[in-house]
Design a protein around this ligand. Structure first.
Ligand code: LMR
Length: 399
């Protein structure tokens, strides 16, 4: 019987993003280019160790900081410092009502938040944008939520479908969990404008939905403060919200799995109670988060000099990718193809019209790797590989 159960297990499909990464690594061609996974490569195609991060690590190595278990909530110092990064000038208004913990990456934060919404707050439905980062679906489903997708973007018109989104959110059961991308929407690179965001806030409040902001790209879109503005605007309404904020991309600390989760409660009274529920899920899922990444981030954020250096470097990365986006569009036009709306998107990603077959041909014939849904991570472009990539596109689009 047991042997049969093993034999009956279906093979599950690979994760589309990590599968691309694995193929890229295995590719032996010198000219290969990774436009797949969302990581912030630098102007020579390398994954940078930021200067402030390096200085913090040298300092920590000299201090010989012991690595005992962190509490279930992780480092309090890290949680407090990231509160300021996320909520900025709005923090004093909500500080007594917010409870914050360190999590195992943004995925860890989204997971704990989804469990909290489902099991503690009783949400039945979890709604994500269509399209969205594929892992959102898995995270919500595994937390026991019924996964729903609200319309967000039309591939035909290349515009956001705000009216349809609002109507959809209105029709959901009260108190559904609604995942919003704080900035740099993944994969479209298109965020709601002021009017659209206000309409969405109105329906979220009307229907008592639970907003869960996924903030994975703070600093990569319009700037560190600007990228947090939707979260801050929502916090100003005085209503509860949840934010999962990753430091993978903005500190270039992907493998350290360092992120924070913030739950803004209706009043001060609920904060410790909410916290007790978060910690109950943390204990059952991963017990407590790892030490190193949080130590690095808090060392940077506690030092005005290191923070200034970090901000300057992050800003230079942001501007570099924005320049690459422009160059990609301009050169594409010069070669006679139109990548519609790519220059209106922000952040690391461009969602193109390339079909999965064309993406496959790029990988097979040129070693240029994108995600099968047409998403390209523009941080993989640089002055050395841009012409090669454009030739590859030309080869695919005009065979
Ligand atoms: C991405 O979308 O490529 C990143 O968020 C990395 C990941 O975990 O998928």
């Amino acid at each position: 019987m047991l042997i049969q159960s093993f034999k009956n297990l279906p093979l599950l499909p690979n994760d589309p993003i990590f599968a691309v990464n694995a193929r890229f690594r295995a590719d032996q061609r010198a000219q290969k280019v990774n436009l797949g996974i969302g990581v912030g490569l630098n102007d020579v195609g390398a994954l940078p160790v930021m200067e402030a991060v390096h200085e913090a690590e040298v300092f920590l190595a000299q201090e010989r900081v012991p690595r005992g278990y962190l509490p279930m909530a992780g480092s309090d110092r890290y949680a407090t410092l990231t509160q300021s990064l996320v909520f900025g000038e709005v923090l004093p208004e909500i500080q007594s009502r917010v409870t914050s913990i360190q999590t195992v990456g943004g995925t860890g934060g989204l997971t704990i938040a989804s469990h909290f919404a489902r099991r503690a707050l009783g949400a039945r439905v979890g709604s994500v944008s269509n399209p969205t980062w594929g892992n959102h679906l898995t995270i919500l489903q595994d937390a026991g939520l019924e996964v729903d997708r609200y319309p967000y973007f039309s591939r035909e018109t290349k515009t956001l479908t705000v009216d349809a989104m609002v109507a959809h959110l209105k029709a959901l059961p009260e108190q559904s969990l609604v995942v919003l991308h704080a900035s740099c929407h993944n994969p479209t690179g298109m965020d709601l404008d002021d009017e659209g965001f206000n309409q969405v806030v109105e329906v979220l409040l009307q229907k008592n939905h639970i907003p869960l902001f996924d903030m994975a790209y703070q600093g990569w879109g319009l700037g560190v403060e600007e990228d947090a503005r939707r979260v801050r605007e929502y916090a100003k309404t005085g209503h509860p919200l949840i934010v999962a904020a990753s430091n993978s991309k903005n500190f270039s600390l992907y493998g350290e799995r360092v992120a924070s989760l913030h739950v803004v409660c209706p009043s001060e009274k609920e904060a410790p109670i909410v916290r007790s529920h978060l910690l109950r899920f943390v204990r059952g899922i991963y017990s407590n988060p790892p030490t190193h990444g949080a130590l690095v981030v808090e060392t940077v954020l506690a030092s005005p000099e290191l923070t200034a250096s970090w901000r300057t470097e992050l800003e230079s990365y942001r501007l570099r990718v924005a320049q690459m986006r422009q160059a990609f569009v301009t050169k594409g036009r010069a070669l006679g193809f139109e990548l519609k709306n790519v220059d209106q998107q922000i952040g690391l990603f461009a969602l193109t019209d390339l079909t999965s077959e064309q993406i496959e041909a790029l990988a097979r014939d040129y070693g240029v790797y994108g995600v099968p849904n047409g998403r390209l991570c523009l941080a993989g472009l640089n002055e050395h590989n841009l012409d090669y990539v454009m030739d590859a596109f030309k080869g695919i689009l005009h065979p």
